[in-house]
Design a binder for this molecule. Structure first.
Ligand SMILES: CC(C)(COP(=O)(O)OP(=O)(O)OC[C@H]1O[C@@H](n2cnc3c(N)ncnc32)[C@H](O)[C@@H]1OP(=O)(O)O)[C@@H](O)C(=O)NCCC(=O)NCCS
Length: 180
């Protein structure tokens, strides 16, 4: 468990899968993700079963927010493309419950994920890809310290047109300077 003030990250449980299916079928959510097909419970259950083949550091983490009713599942995040020689990893994040958008939870979850990446996994660079059409995410990542490193022109076909994808990165030295 990685616990912050209002957000905590924990391992994903089989019981979480139903909510993920619900959220990953919401066009308002998936317009920002690589997911473009109607997702079934069976597909998501297979995704969950296949997690056992991933190394521990690449396991997805459920994002929970502290509410008056207790900790509530709102989304998930993870490291992938972990490169142990060059000490880099890519992060992905989504908050599927739209009631929790735009209240700083994404930024806080990302900060916890970065803490885990730099302090526990000993990464030197964390990067991500974000659609140019997702200003909320870009802003949240800038708050966490990410800077734009590149632009993949017309990389993704979304809603009938090609859009650019931004590559954003954060170095350990930059992250440490931000903590000081
Ligand atoms: C991206 C995501 C994780 C961000 O989390 P969040 O909790 O909504 O974001 P935060 O509240 O931490 O930060 C959002 C920032 O963007 C700003 N923002 C919100 N909507 C905006 C818009 N349309 N244009 C510009 N800025 C916007 C907010 O005001 C806030 O900035 P501020 O703190 O300076 O006011 C979450 O919205 C999400 O999962 N969305 C759906 C899936 C997705 O986009 N995943 C990321 C794929 S790369």
């Amino acid at each position: 468990m990685i616990t912050g003030e209002r957000v905590r990250l924990r391992g994903v449980e089989k019981e979480d899968v139903g909510k993920f299916v619900l959220w990953l079928n919401d066009p308002e959510v998936t317009q920002h993700l690589l997911m473009y097909w109607p997702l079934t419970n069976a597909q998501e259950e297979k995704w969950f079963e296949d997690l056992k083949n991933l190394e521990p550091a690449a396991q997805p983490l459920a994002i929970e927010v502290k509410t008056e009713q207790g900790w509530q599942l709102v989304g998930n995040c993870s490291y992938h493309h972990l490169d142990w020689r060059n000490r880099s990893g890519e992060v992905g994040i989504f908050i599927g419950d739209k009631n929790f958008w735009g209240q700083g939870y994404g930024r806080e979850a990302m900060n916890l994920l970065l803490q885990f990446g730099f302090n526990r996994l000993n990464l030197n660079r964390v990067y991500l890809q974000v659609f140019e059409t997702n200003p909320r995410a870009i802003r949240a990542y800038e708050h966490a310290g990410f800077v734009q490193e590149g632009r993949l022109r017309q990389d993704i076909f979304l809603n009938g047109r090609y859009i650019d994808v931004l590559v954003m990165g954060l170095l350990r030295v930059e992250w440490e300077a931000k903590q000081a």
